[in-house]
Design a binder for this molecule. Structure first.
Ligand code: ATP
Length: 616
């Protein structure tokens, strides 16, 4: 997982990162820079600001020489004061320009990530159901959030840091060589003396930090799993409290020991930095001293002081530029991860000139439909049926037979792999997707309510629905009594995913929601599966008139739901094995009779006064 570019351990690439380093092609660079293009004017300003503020920030260091030589040693108070004021003024100006540059910088990066986020969200919305079922939800969220956040860091800090450090280094070098080339050379030779040992110490510390991060992830994993609502339930029901405590405590102990080690490594790291960074100035003083004493009487104390100060200003830029490769690879990896998503083509799209018929009857026809999620396993094999407008079809069959898959083909959650699905006589692929989905209302197996009030959930189907329409829909879905018994009525909060409501209440709210949508075709996918017989009867009372008044497809394991249907399709292993009405099928002695006997025969509560029928 990408961690963005901040935080500890940013200075080296992990083995995984090295292995997955993206190939940096011209096309990739062009694409990355295409995001910067709309902001090129601001970018030019940023570069100008950087150039000026970085150069100015080095000026006071250079002026120190004059302060010492002309002001202090030359005993000239006026020059001393002027130089000090100049230094102050230059520092102030450099900082002010720095602020402007930072503002511009974050303005650009915020705008680019704003564009990217919107683009990504719109793109994700256009992705098909298959994308969401095959990709890990966490991964999708990571790309939307921390990957794009990482890009912001790249733009606001990586690019500018490379630029400002290069400028600092060049200005410092030029100033040093201009003063005295011998001392400048000595200074240059001192840089590796600092850089090499501190990088080695840094690497050790980095390894420990990474390990700490891994341990931390592990601990977070344990916390997420065991302290979530469902995780806790599992722990309690399997009485795993002690084991889970032990697991957590072990992980916690490992973390503590590592943290101790890491903080000591940090201490050693600082010792290394301060020791090795003091070698350079000492060598410079020595070289300067020898030069002044024996060879170069023009060299002044001020010059030596400036050289030492400039050397100190070189360490950081050298270090940052040595990390350039790391930051570059990471930045490009972030961009490629994001581009990977952008490159995924939406599977379900409108054809050229899609149809938007004026009226819709909800008529559905399957013509020899084949479908698979992956080629190894055919889920639907040659399904054909015709649902006339105003009629209803019930689909029954064993679990996993392909019933939900079949109905998902109507609103084009997936496209057929062979054959045709017609809606009002048109191939669904020729219809405008938005139009098609507007004509269909589905009550799914896994009812989803947003975290909000019942009213908000209902209005999702039709934002302009009046209070009376809301109440009417709730009445029809047999949920109004429950709602009015709540203190806040329609403004009752349903909780995360609707968890504050029972399964039956949730389903009835979702039926009311579909009713508000008022679609031409209704699909009930086991709409009564999580209800007791009383709630089921309530729902049944709601559904029966609906089925009679509009075109509908019902998937049900329960007999009561399907008795009202005009035709029953029995699906097994992706094929329609029987079809007809209840009274005909029940006497056939086939799959339906078997289903009927196993599901309704032995359970008097579900029996609805229909006696089990013996297979012939
Ligand atoms: P149930 O009555 O249990 O809901 P069903 O008849 O509705 O079953 P489907 O949900 O259509 O069955 O599933 C048919 C088969 O397709 C199952 O074997 C299931 O594992 C598989 N399947 C369902 N959804 C997917 C998916 N998104 N990707 C891959 N396979 C899937």
């Amino acid at each position: 997982m990408a961690r963005g570019l901040s935080g500890p351990g940013r200075e080296y690439l992990t083995e995984e990162e090295q292995k997955n380093a993206p190939k940096i092609t011209k096309a990739l660079l062009k694409r990355v820079f295409s995001y910067l293009k709309p902001y090129w004017k601001q970018l030019v300003l940023v570069i100008l600001c950087l150039l000026i503020s970085t150069s100015l920030s080095l000026l006071p260091t250079i002026l120190t020489g004059k302060i010492i030589d002309d002001g202090i040693i030359g005993r000239n108070l006026k020059i001393l004061i002027i130089l000090i004021l100049m230094s102050f003024g230059v520092t102030l100006l450099s900082n002010l320009i720095g602020v402007a540059q930072e503002y511009l910088n974050s303005w650009i990066s915020q705008h680019i990530t704003f564009d990217m986020r919107n683009q990504m969200y719109a793109h994700l919305q256009s992705m098909s159901q298959r994308f969401f079922t095959t990709n890990n939800q966490g991964d999708i969220i990571t790309r939307m959030t921390s990957d794009i956040e990482g890009v912001k860091t790249v733009i606001s800090s990586t690019f500018t840091s490379i630029l400002s450090n290069s400028i600092s280094l060049i200005v410092a070098l030029v100033a040093m060589f201009q003063k005295n080339w011998i001392m400048a050379l000595v200074g240059l030779l001192c840089v590796p003396l600092f850089v090499i040992p501190t990088r080695a110490a840094g690497k050790t510390r980095w390894t420990l930090t990474r390990q700490a991060q891994e341990y931390n992830d592990n601990i977070n994993g344990i916390l997420n799993e065991t302290l979530s609502v469902s995780g806790q339930l599992l722990v309690k029901l399997f009485t795993k409290e002690k084991e889970e405590y032990q697991k957590y405590s072990d992980a916690n102990e490992k973390m503590m020991k590592l943290n101790l080690k890491e903080s000591m490594a940090g201490r050693w790291f600082r010792v290394a930095i301060s020791t090795f960074s003091s070698i350079g100035p000492m060598l410079l003083y020595l070289a300067g001293g020898i030069l002044i004493m024996n060879y170069d009487s023009t060299l002044s104390v001020g010059d030596i002081t400036v050289m030492v100060a400039l050397l100190g200003r070189m360490y950081m830029p050298v270090n940052r530029l040595l990390n350039f490769h790391v930051e570059w690879v990471r930045s490009m990896a972030l961009f490629t991860r994001i581009f990977d998503y952008f490159d995924m083509k939406p599977e379900i799209t409108n054809c050229k000139d899609p149809l938007v018929p004026a009226v819709s009857h909800g008529e559905v026809e399957f013509k020899n439909v084949y479908f698979h999620y992956s080629p190894e396993r055919e889920i639907l094999k040659g399904i054909s049926f015709h649902l006339e407008p105003g009629h209803s079809i019930a689909i029954v069959g064993p679990s996993g037979a392909g019933k939900s898959t079949l109905v998902n083909l109507v609103p084009r959650l997936y496209d057929v792999t062979d054959g045709e699905v017609l809606f009002d006589g048109n191939d669904v692929r020729k219809l405008d997707v938005e139009y098609l989905r507007d004509q269909i209302g589905i009550v799914t197996q896994d009812t989803y309510l947003f975290n909000g009030t019942i009213r908000e959930n209902l209005l999702y189907a039709r934002p302009d629905a009046t209070e009376d329409e809301l109440i009417d829909a709730c009445r029809k879905a047999n949920i109004y009594d429950f709602i009015s018994s709540q203190e806040k009525g329609l403004d009752t909060v349903v909780g995360n995913r609707g968890l504050k409501l029972s399964g039956g209440e949730k389903q009835r709210v979702s039926i009311a929601r579909v009713l508000l949508k008022d679609p031409a075709l209704m699909i009930f996918d086991e709409a009564t599966s999580s209800l007791d017989s009383i709630s089921e009867a309530k729902i049944q009372d709601a559904i029966d008139p609906l089925i009679k008044s509009r075109t509908s497809i019902l998937i049900a394991h329960r007999l009561s739901t399907i008795l009202a249907a005009d035709e029953i399709l029995v699906v097994k292993n992706g094929e329609v094995v029987e079809r007809g009405q209840h009274k005909d099928l029940i006497t056939k002695g086939g799959v339906y009779t078997e289903l009927y006997n196993t599901q309704f025969g032995k359970d008097p509560e579900k029996n609805n006064n229909n006696p089990p029928v013996k297979a012939k």
